[in-house]
Design a protein around this ligand. Structure first.
Ligand code: PLP
Length: 368
């Protein structure tokens, strides 16, 4: 445990796989004075967010977009709560902790869960998804598996799901805003991310996009959506019809929109190039210290979360604690990969040379 810091406003180098350093425009927007959640200014910001989210996700005009008042996990849960009814056959792709979380949630909403798995560090095989689609009403997959640094082959999986009659729900928590993503071209029905990931906004809102097909599925449920707070129809009351549903976190909407605007103004292709360039540079810089890629297949490496195998005999906990003393946060493995890998965050504002220069200098000093 650290004692409370001498200066809570001291700069900190945050290189975790989320949250990420705040974009300066998001930080500034947090200082705006409060407005009511039914204020016309807030509704104007909400409408701008909805339009910008369509661009972020490559979604068509008929796609409903909104922010949920919670983190990425609420985005995940809202999808299952609205799109699953007891007894539905749901296929979940599981190759890490977040795929496993999806399977757990689907089961809690009464799904009969069918799993397509891959070993840790390896991507899902679209052929296995194709072979297991019979009778399935919903397919769920994580695009970027944060726990292992694997990028799943979403366009290929979406292609096999398209035309099967099943809806496709995608976790884009570590990808939306820094990886190519096209809801419309790929035929995705439900997608969510977390504000604190690739967009460098504060944690607390989950941007979602819901296709017309998914809205229709929810509207024709046999039973009401069991999660009242995120019922798609209730969300539309507030976001589309400007009538009260619950009190949204207005200040997080301001900050989120500032960060999203900044991302779109930078340009999505430019951001995709920036993260790939940084990813290559850092892996190359750490190689002489004995770090190597955990994910063997270069095509399956998630650029936003660089998973590196630690050098032989490396004191994982000791080095990370020494870095934390120097105001640098780095994350290790999760579950089976604890003590085996580091997961370096390259989302949003973390994917800049400055913070990684700070890390390299500290590591040179510590490992000498
Ligand atoms: N899905 C993925 C791929 C994640 O990386 C995370 C968090 O790291 C989540 C879901 C859950 O998001 P949150 O922690 O914001 O609830």
């Amino acid at each position: 445990m650290l004692d409370s810091p001498a200066d809570p406003f001291a700069p900190h180098t945050l290189l975790t796989p989320g949250p990420t350093p705040l974009h300066p425009r998001a930080q500034q927007a947090l200082t705006r004075s409060m407005r009511g959640h039914m204020d016309p200014e807030v509704f104007a910001v909400n409408a701008a967010i909805q339009q910008d989210l369509r661009e972020l996700y490559g979604a068509g005009e008929g796609t409903f977009t909104a922010l949920l008042a919670g983190t990425g996990s609420l985005g995940m849960e809202a999808g299952f709560a609205n799109l699953v009814e007891p007894g539905d056959e749901v296929l979940v792709c599981v190759n890490g902790a977040f795929g496993a979380r999806m399977a757990e949630m689907a089961a809690r909403y009464g799904a009969r869960v069918r799993r397509v798995t891959a070993p840790l560090g390896q991507p899902i095989d679209p052929a296995q998804v194709a072979a297991n689609l019979g009778g399935v009403t919903l397919v769920a997959m994580v695009h970027g598996e944060t726990s292992t640094g694997v990028l799943n082959p979403l366009p290929a999986v979406a292609e096999v799901v398209r035309g099967s009659g099943a809806l496709l729900s995608v976790d884009a928590v570590t990808t939306a805003g820094m990886e190519p993503f096209s809801m419309e071209a790929w035929g995705i029905d439900y997608v969510y991310t977390g504000s604190q990931k690739c967009l460098s906004a504060p944690p607390g809102v989950a941007p979602v996009a819901i296709s017309e097909r998914a809205l229709e599925r929810q509207a024709t449920r046999r039973t009401p959506t069991p999660l009242w707070y995120c019922d798609f129809e209730g969300l539309r009351d507030y976001w589309d019809r400007q009538s009260y549903h619950h009190t949204v976190p207005v200040n997080l909407h301001f900050a989120f929109h500032a960060a999203l605007r900044a991302a779109l103004e930078e340009g999505l292709p430019q951001r995709q190039a920036r993260v790939r360039e940084m990813d290559r540079a850092i892996a190359a810089a750490l190689a002489p210290l004995g770090f190597s890629h955990y994910v063997q297949d270069p095509a399956a490496r998630l650029p936003t979360v660089l998973a590196l195998r630690l050098p032989e005999g490396f004191d994982d906990a000791g080095v990370r604690a020494a870095l934390r003393e120097r105001e640098i946060s780095v994350t290790g493995g999760l579950g089976a990969t604890a003590g085996l890998i580091w997961r370096l965050g390259l989302m949003g504002e973390a994917a800049r040379p400055g913070p990684y220069r700070t890390l390299m200098l500290a590591l040179e000093e510590l490992l000498g």
